[in-house]
Design a protein around this ligand. Structure first.
Ligand code: HEC
Ligand code: HEC
Ligand code: HEC
Ligand code: HEC
Ligand code: HEC
Ligand code: HEC
Length: 431
């Protein structure tokens, strides 16, 4: 009898460990899915969708919870083909708004499933409007999964203990029925119990395996995030708000970042630009008639005395803005190439509204950022993914006209020169 219960117990223990381990691995991969889904969502969907409320498209959390997954996958990959095929649900859904959703023919089933998993799970914590929480974005996800794994381990231990007790009690009952004298076991102290547990090879094996899986998956996730500064939001020397200037006051990005349209660098405006307005705009109503201390910092930077209305060059102290976006030196990124030449392609790819500056495609909704933060990951994958998806139009484009001309000449075997390939353009050699 004792043997049978021992066998049952062994089998049961192994089965339990196997299940606990699978649950652990599955939950770790699911957390990974959600992380991946979140990235795709931010990259491809966030310009038109929010999770919890309707914007250009419907709120995705309720919508994707309610939709059949197979349908959702087809819709997300290419809703137009569904509509063309006369799918009634799709036709009904496409009436949501006059705006059209982008199609994503390059997304795999796995990627779409991970977006769906993310949308259903929702954001672990609400993002604060100022984006402060976005700074902690990736931490949120990992603390979320840490909590999940810890919970599973605790539950496993509790279940083990409770079931262990139950088996013991049943055994004793059976033995009693058979008339065997049962010697009460000495109650084991916690320390003794722990010591005994660590002498049990299976337990040690399970424990070490858990440790490896947990540390391994965090190491893996951590490595992917190394050097990625999405959400980076340093404290700036002056509390300059894009929400107030670009949002409320509707000042064009070009007014301050004109470089973006002409050159590689978007450039940060000098305080002279601020003085165009702040010589007179002093926000005194807010500070009982005193000049705003933040605006005073502009005056200090440029050596301006608001009482005498004079400038003193010797007192200039340039503002030291902290750079937010920073690619490594070995990667070349040119703003005008994207903001001017690539504008149409990028607008279409990211589904921007006509009244939104093209900058939002990469920098996010700057006009709602009280303090600027890094919206996109700026990884190589991020650059490459857009280059794979965006559709460049060769129509009415001097550059592509030249390329076509060059191709014709190559076909005919005529001489072509670097000049014909754009080798005389200043930007090819200077930046
Ligand atoms: C260019 C803007 C745009 C982008 C980008 C976009 N959507 Fe949409 N989406 C829409 C619009 C608009 C609708 C409503 C349908 C319509 O009016 O055509 C919609 C509808 C949906 C629906 C609801 C379908 C139904 O049956 O009601 C889902 C699900 C969806 N989108 C998921 C996604 C996902 C996931 C992404 C990112 C991979 C994405 N969308 C990217 C604009 C967009
Ligand atoms: C009134 C001037 C002004 C306007 C208008 C303005 N900006 Fe800025 N912008 C600044 C200043 C000053 C900084 C540096 C301080 C900071 O980072 O907050 C800055 C910083 C930035 C940065 C971060 C730079 C870095 O360090 O990586 C981005 C991105 C940006 N602006 C985008 C925009 C976009 C997009 C618009 C239009 C919607 C816009 N700005 C409108 C003045 C302006
Ligand atoms: C086109 C006009 C314009 C330009 C250019 C401009 N601002 Fe402003 N700024 C405003 C207006 C309008 C307000 C709102 C004032 C109020 O609240 O009374 C404001 C408010 C501010 C405030 C908040 C003051 C407070 O304490 O509430 C700061 C700080 C500021 N600006 C900094 C800057 C800096 C730095 C620059 C240059 C990079 C700049 N501004 C360029 C128009 C401008
Ligand atoms: C295709 C994506 C993309 C678009 C569109 C884009 N930016 Fe940028 N922006 C970047 C990247 C990438 C960097 C980092 C560049 C670096 O470190 O060399 C950056 C950096 C900046 C900076 C920091 C200073 C600098 O010049 O490097 C400012 C300011 C800025 N962008 C403003 C803008 C404005 C304003 C617009 C719209 C007119 C815009 N950006 C459009 C990707 C983009
Ligand atoms: C939102 C979409 C988007 C993102 C993100 C993006 N690009 Fe681009 N990029 C384009 C488009 C569109 C063009 C083509 C412009 C044209 O020539 O019509 C382009 C062109 C270029 C070119 C010129 C290619 C050539 O053959 O002349 C370079 C270089 C480049 N991008 C670098 C980058 C780098 C580096 C990053 C990431 C830091 C990046 N891009 C991110 C859309 C994007
Ligand atoms: C084929 C490459 C190439 C092209 C195209 C090109 N440049 Fe240059 N440029 C150079 C080189 C190399 C130098 C440095 C020469 C030296 O140091 O003696 C230079 C030097 C200059 C200088 C002098 C800078 C200084 O500090 O002395 C200016 C100004 C200039 N280029 C402007 C332009 C303009 C404007 C265009 C477009 C019309 C242009 N370049 C097109 C390669 C080029």
């Amino acid at each position: 009898m004792r043997d049978i219960s021992l066998i049952i117990r062994r089998v049961w223990k192994s089965a339990f460990m196997f299940t606990a381990l699978s649950v652990l691995i599955v939950s770790a991969t699911q957390a990974q899915d959600v992380v991946e889904g979140r990235k795709i969502f931010k990259d491809k969907c966030a310009s038109c969708h929010q999770l919890d409320r309707n914007s250009t498209g419907p709120a995705l959390t309720p919508k994707l919870t309610e939709l059949d997954e197979a349908f959702a996958i087809k819709w997300i990959r290419n809703w137009k083909s569904l509509v063309d095929a006369g799918d009634k649900t799709a036709i009904e859904a496409s009436k949501f708004s006059p705006a059209e959703m982008t199609t994503f023919p390059t997304l795999t089933d796995e990627q779409i499933k991970s977006v769906i998993a993310y949308a259903k799970a929702g954001e672990p914590k609400k993002e604060a409007a100022a984006g402060a929480a976005v700074a902690a974005g990736s931490d949120e996800v990992s603390s979320f999964s840490i909590a999940g794994v810890a919970l599973i381990i605790i539950i496993s231990i509790v279940v083990l203990v409770v079931l262990g007790r139950a088996v013991k009690m049943l055994e004793r009952l059976i033995l009693k029925k058979q008339g065997v004298e049962v010697v009460e076991e000495e109650p084991v102290s916690f320390a003794d119990g722990t010591r005994r547990m660590f002498k049990n090879k299976k337990f040690v094996f399970f424990f070490i395996l858990c440790l490896i899986v947990t540390l391994g998956s965090f190491g893996w996730m951590g490595m992917w995030d190394t050097g990625v500064h999405t959400g980076y939001q340093p404290v700036q020397p002056i509390k300059f708000s894009h929400e107030l200037h670009a949002g409320v006051n509707q000042i064009d990005c070009q007014y301050c970042h004109s470089g973006a349209f002409k050159s590689k660098n978007a450039s940060i405006p000098s305080v002279n630009v601020c003085m165009n307005c702040h010589k007179s705009v002093q926000a005194t109503e807010k500070y009982n008639g005193e000049i705003s201390p933040e605006i005073q910092k502009i005056y200090t930077a440029i050596g301006y005395d608001p009482n005498t209305l004079t400038y003193d060059k010797s007192k200039e102290k340039p503002v030291e803005w902290v750079r937010v976006h920073n690619l490594p030196d070995f990667a070349y990124f040119n703003h005008s190439q994207h903001v001017v030449v690539g504008e149409e392609a990028i607008r279409k790819e990211r589904g921007l509204k006509p009244n939104e500056p093209v900058c939002f495609a990469c920098h996010g909704p700057v006009d709602t950022m009280e303090e600027i933060y890094q919206f996109s990951p700026l990884t190589m994958k991020w650059c490459i993914n857009c280059h794979k998806d965006a559709e460049v139009s060769g129509k009415d484009n001097a550059f592509y006209t030249k390329v076509i001309e060059a191709h014709e000449k190559i076909k005919k075997g005529e001489k072509i020169t670097p000049a014909l390939l754009g080798g005389l353009e200043c930007g090819k050699c200077h930046y």
